[in-house]
Write a protein that binds this ligand. Structure first.
Ligand code: PAF
Length: 308
């Protein structure tokens, strides 16, 4: 496995692979790798000839300086994880490789209006501009490829898909299932910062999604009523401060009014749990989620890829 810091070296390696007809898979990450990430690398490994992982804690997508300071950095371990998962190349750029003027922000940024504006975008202003900017740079460095993202960050996936379409980027975006602990908590690099009681309380997020799916399964067709059912599922947990719990259109992410087609609806939830902001989401149909145990005992929830 090659580890490179320069964009030129990354591009050259992947150009060479494409020149011999090989398909490149890219897995963009910020490190602190867990089974959610390794599932992306495994999928890329299964579908592509060459697998590149990028590890870059992107300062442009953090509004709060404390948040980026506390973001876990575990590079040595991450490289072992990448090697174990079958990556061929890891791109680990220093901040000035991605943003030469840093700490002055780059003059050119990418904003995907509309889909970036609500939910996470409303609570974290500028976050998705930072994501779109860095992902467009990674795509430009990597060149034509298949790029693997988790459905866990559903709005991020929607932003990236829209950016690829609007900018005609030669990238096929692949959304991959959320990986969950056995009790339903979606894996996240931030989970390590939860205390024992907070970690237990955090399961109400997946409980809210289950409550939303149950409401729809029993015939509820009002988006507002589904959202109320989701909120009710979290209301009794004092350690969880809900930001939003909603049913939305899976493509535009606009709040669902009357739900004509549950298959076109996504349930989203976000909450502050102790020091950590957690997000989760699922399809609206109970039957849309097929659950399988991952080898290490975590639970993998496979969700239909309905968007894009
Ligand atoms: O999901 C992440 O880890 C990041 O937002 C990404 C896509 C690597 C961009 O920094």
């Amino acid at each position: 496995m090659d580890v490179v810091e320069s964009a030129a070296a990354c591009r050259e390696t992947l150009d060479r692979a494409r020149a011999t007809g090989r398909v490149v898979g890219l897995v963009p990450t910020m490190g602190a790798l867990h089974h959610g990430h390794t599932s992306l690398v495994a999928r890329a490994r299964a579908e592509c000839d060459v697998v590149a992982v990028s590890i870059f804690v992107n300062p442009l997508q953090f509004g709060d300086p404390d948040d980026i300071a506390r973001y876990p950095r575990t590079l040595e371990r991450d490289l072992l994880v990448c090697a174990g998962a079958g990556a061929d190349l890891v791109f680990v750029p220093p901040v000035t490789e991605m943003y030469p003027s840093w700490p002055a922000p780059p003059a050119t940024t990418v904003a995907v209006r509309g889909v970036s504006d609500r939910w996470e975008g409303a609570s974290r202003p500028g976050h998705f501009d930072g994501v779109a900017t860095v992902v467009s740079k990674l795509f430009s460095i990597a060149g034509p490829c298949r790029a693997y993202f988790g459905l866990k960050d559903f709005q991020q996936l929607a932003v990236v898909r829209r950016m690829v379409r609007d900018l005609c980027l030669p990238v096929e975006v692949v959304g991959c299932p959320t990986v969950r602990e056995a009790d339903g908590l979606a894996l996240s690099s931030r989970n390590v910062r939860l205390s024992g009681p907070e970690r237990r309380a955090a399961t109400v997020l997946s409980g809210a999604l289950a409550a939303g799916r149950a409401a729809i399964a029993t015939g509820e067709r009002s988006g507002a009523a589904v959202a109320r059912a989701m909120r009710a599922a979290v209301a009794g947990e004092p350690l969880v401060d809900v930001d939003y719990a909603v049913a939305v259109d899976a493509v535009s992410l606009e709040e669902a009014g009357a739900i004509d087609d549950p298959g076109a609806v996504r349930l989203l939830v976000a909450a502050q749990v102790g020091p950590v902001r957690l997000i989760d989401n699922s399809g609206a149909l109970a039957a849309a989620d097929d659950t399988s145990a991952a080898p290490d005992g975590t639970t993998q929830v496979r969700q239909l890829e309905r968007i894009g």
